[in-house]
Design a binder for this molecule. Structure first.
Ligand SMILES: [Zn+2]
Length: 149
């Protein structure tokens, strides 16, 4: 099977989140057969839930659809470097490959801060590919926060 990026769909979820007044982050979970298992954008404000990050919502939906707490062989696309909470959830879900866009020196937990996957306690480490459509994701975030200043 040839590689197909699902970052465009993650970016569409991020744009939809921005339109709802949420921080523009989007995520897509792809099943081993290449089918999109779940897609979500950030909904922390709408749901009054600090854990309602795009990755968490997409993982929950994909797990519910699979009827399993684990998603072996699944890939996750997200427009921004996951925070430590999401990185821990990605590990717990046994996600095979993580593709992310913009880096997040302030709140990221993969290449920055807690570096969850580099921690000896991390039981499952996905393959990580960063910088996928990073510029588009950054532009979205920058535009969103500039409007709020
Ligand atoms: Zn997160």
């Amino acid at each position: 099977m040839s590689f197909r990026s699902h970052m465009e769909q993650a970016l569409a979820e991020a744009r939809a989140a921005a339109a709802r007044g949420e921080v523009p982050v989007g995520a897509v979970v792809v099943a081993p057969d290449g089918r999109v298992a779940a897609a979500a954008g950030n909904r922390t404000r709408e749901l009054n839930d600090p854990t309602a990050h795009a990755e968490i919502l997409a993982l929950r939906a994909a797990c519910a659809a699979a009827g399993s707490e684990r998603l072996p062989g699944h890939d996750l696309y997200v427009t921004l470097e996951p925070c430590p909470m999401c990185a821990a959830a990605i590990s717990a879900a046994r996600i095979a490959r993580l593709y992310y866009g913009a880096t997040d020196p302030k709140s990221g937990g993969v290449a920055h801060g807690a570096r969850v996957f580099a921690h000896p306690q991390c039981h499952h480490v996905p393959e990580v590919y960063d910088g996928i459509a990073a510029r588009e994701a950054e532009t979205l975030l920058r535009g969103f926060f500039a409007e709020r200043r």
